[in-house]
Design a binder for this molecule. Structure first.
Ligand code: GAL
Length: 720
């Protein structure tokens, strides 16, 4: 069994890099100087220095300013901006400037405009008005990218390339004839023959048989339920096509500037499902993410934590860049509520605690015009006499003090398995219930672990699960044979595995695995479900532990497993609702309904007790977030040796998790000489006291056993 540390270092040999010349943690945001006169830009430099800004994303929406007429370039203003930033010691993530084509381009080539499933054309006037499959758009984007690379490749401020912007943000799926042609090529590459496509898509159903690839279309608006596998493949194709566009531009940048890393800003959150970022990660030199809170979500900080953990999972455990978040309100939700006291700092440190080594915002200076003028920024409309600005300056100081954290890593004994294609497939139509929303299922279990202060790695189904003691698999409706086998192997090797309802139902082609549900996990779980029985909106069932459940039930038979809970009423009264099966050295649990909070909480307590997974601290007060990052072994220590010496998994120490599980909460046994950083983030409105030992990095105060973090406050303790 490999240890946690070796798992965390598995990408160490990859080509992932870091913005060139960036010292400490990165701090800054999108910078759009073309919106401002020179005098304001000069003021920006002084204020950036005051705030401690060291990294800016520049040129994202500059195409129309850099090339105001086809082939006529006006780069002087950007040259001057980069020169000044360099002189001020600020590193630049320079964009390819291709995120939004200029009006002259869409006027001259209206055939690059994107189309919706019903044929509606999306016109110029907003942003991202291009179809990613258009050879014409791709040619222009390549030309612009090459120009940027040739012109700025040797600029001393250049630290990182930023390709496009939030690829697929507004147009994740595009249905034009260009898209149809590219989709057919993609299908031919995937299936080889049209017969194989027919088999995969199950086209004998409803007379859908294709005689050649030429007959295939994107899933345009149809009279009734479209072919589900066509939908799934179109989602896969669309994600791949956006990635192909990224790769094409990245290749130009690599050719001209092999020394400069390239990335694009992802949109990892529970609200963005259409790009399969696990499959994008190998092409990014460093993972960068944009994250925004839902102002209407009272537990938005838990969603943030999940998104940050998922981003770290996508990055394979490597440090990543928080490329955008907001200092306060956004402008694109129905009601754009500003952040509360200390919220921006808590959000920022929660990202850092979970692996971000840069904290950036949209944007540096709040715009006076345009669709985002009410979106907050580091420097608000009100100017420097404002809480937002004071928060900006304070965060800069905090990040400067946290510089030692850079490069340290998060470790976890629990894994949560999440899959983008399964997310798409779960939410296709014509299912037993349209109320099963994938990320609700994921968050229900994540939230339980978050509240307890249990650190979780969010991983893809095919990930190496070696060494995890607890593996949570919420509603993994579609799963490949290999991924299902990997999950079963984890249980055989000693992990406690939890699988929840509507998992393992279909293969990657959305074909049902026959012989009883959940086909892919029947054997592992020791159960067989003969009929799925979703509940009506107001239906609620009772379980024998007194908890209630809703949304889902099943006609479940035990085939080796024991019933841990049974339904006491409803359609399957007396039948199993939660089961446990001994599997090799571990166990596999199944939850066949949506448990209420108390019910889920009891199950999680049992899973933690069985697996030996413990929280970061023995007691975590309500509303307090605790995460630990571990310094990497120093040079000369091989990953293997580091893994043994620095393991948090207990493989070296023999303790359950190596995270502070004993009475001395400072550092865990078996850690060796490694330094760790304990992040304590108090989202609650009461002061919270936790056990800790070390030095408070933000104040310099020694912490000798107890640390009190004020309401809404944060602390980071460097542990010896
Ligand atoms: C992001 C985008 C930025 C800005 C921001 C506002 O989606 O990358 O350009 O629009 O949202 O929240």
């Amino acid at each position: 069994m490999s240890s946690d540390a070796s798992r965390a270092t598995r990408h160490r040999d990859d080509a992932r890099r870091w913005p060139v010349g960036l010292e400490g943690l990165g701090y800054g945001g999108d910078y759009n100087p073309e919106q401002w006169p020179l005098e304001t830009q000069l003021e920006d430099l002084a204020l950036m220095r005051e705030a401690g800004v060291n990294l800016l994303s520049v040129g994202i929406f500059s195409w129309a300013t850099l090339e105001p007429r086809e082939g006529q370039y006006e780069l002087g203003w950007l040259d001057a901006v980069l020169d000044r930033l360099h002189a001020a010691g600020i590193r630049v993530a320079l964009a390819t400037a291709t995120a939004s084509p200029p009006p002259w381009l869409t006027r001259r080539h209206p055939e690059i405009l994107p189309q919706l499933a019903d044929g509606t054309v999306l016109h110029q006037g907003g942003r991202q008005a291009y179809r990613v499959s258009s050879p014409v758009y791709r040619r222009y984007a390549l030309r612009m990218t090459r120009l940027m690379a040739d012109h700025y490749g040797n600029h001393p401020a250049l630290a990182l390339w930023h390709v496009d912007n939030e690829l697929g943000c507004h147009v994740p799926h595009e249905y034009s004839d260009d898209s149809a042609a590219a989709f057919r090529d993609w299908l031919e590459a995937r299936y080889g023959t049209v017969a194989a496509l027919n088999a995969a898509w199950g086209t004998t159903f409803w007379s859908q048989r294709y005689d050649s690839f030429a007959e295939v279309l994107p899933p345009r608006t149809a009279p009734t339920y479209p072919n589900p596998t066509q939908h799934l493949d179109f989602a896969r194709f669309s994600s791949d096509e956006l990635l192909a566009h990224y790769r094409e531009l990245r290749d130009v940048l690599r050719e001209v500037t092999p020394h400069i890393p390239t990335t694009t800003n992802l949109m990892v959150s529970t609200r963005n499902k259409w790009m399969d970022y696990f499959s994008w990660a190998p092409d990014l030199d460093v993972v960068a993410n944009d994250h925004y809170l839902d102002a209407a979500d009272p537990e938005a900080h838990v969603e943030l934590a999940f998104s940050a953990d998922l981003t770290r999972g996508i990055a394979g455990g490597d440090p990543w860049i928080l490329m955008e978040h907001s200092t306060s309100a956004v402008s694109w939700q129905p009601r754009n509520r500003p952040k509360g006291p200390g919220e921006m700092l808590r959000n920022s440190l929660s990202h850092v605690a979970r692996g971000a080594d840069s904290v950036m915002f949209f944007q540096w200076r709040q715009s006076a015009a345009g669709a985002e003028k009410f979106h907050s920024a580091m420097l608000p409309h009100a100017g420097t006499d404002s809480d937002v600005w004071r928060g900006t300056v304070h965060l800069g100081e905090v990040l400067r003090r946290l510089a030692p954290v850079r490069g340290s890593r998060v470790r976890a004994d629990a894994a949560l398995v999440v899959d983008y294609p399964a997310w798409w497939a779960t939410e296709l139509d014509s299912h037993p219930s349209d109320a099963v929303h994938y990320t609700d299922q994921v968050m229900a279990w994540y939230r339980q672990l978050w509240r307890r202060g249990v650190t979780v790695d969010v991983v893809a189904p095919g990930a190496d699960l070696d060494g995890y003691r607890l593996v949570v698999v919420p509603t993994l409706y579609s799963v490949t044979d290999d991924a299902a086998a990997g999950i079963a192997r984890a249980a055989q090797a000693g992990a406690t595995v939890l699988v929840t309802y509507f998992s393992g139902i279909v293969d990657e082609h959305d074909h049902v695995r026959l012989g009883g549900y959940p086909g892919a996990f029947r054997e592992l779980l020791g159960i067989r479900s003969e009929e799925l029985h979703p509940l009506l909106a107001d239906e609620r069932l009772t379980l024998d532990d007194g908890s209630t459940a809703d949304l889902w039930s099943e006609h479940l038979h035990l085939a080796g497993a024991a019933a841990v809970r049974t339904f006491t009423d409803g359609p399957r009264a007396g039948g199993p609702a939660v089961t446990r099966n001994a599997a090799g050295a571990g166990a596999a649990w199944y939850v066949a309904t949506r448990l209420d909070d108390a019910g889920a909480s009891r199950v999680v307590d049992e899973l933690l007790a069985e697996s030996g997974v413990t929280p970061v601290l023995p007691v975590v007060p309500d509303g307090v977030e605790v995460v630990r990052r571990w310094a990497e072994p120093g040079p000369g220590v091989s990953p293997g040796a580091g893994a043994g010496a620095g393991s948090a998994s207990g493989t070296a120490s023999g303790t359950a998790s190596g995270t502070a599980s004993g009475s001395d909460a400072g550092t865990s046994s078996g850690v060796g000489a490694g330094t760790s950083y304990l992040f304590v983030i108090n989202h609650g409105s009461r002061d919270a006291t936790v056990p800790a030992r070390g030095v408070d990095l933000l104040t310099g105060a020694p912490i000798t056993g107890e640390l009190t973090v004020p309401a809404h406050g944060v602390a980071v303790v460097e542990e010896p």
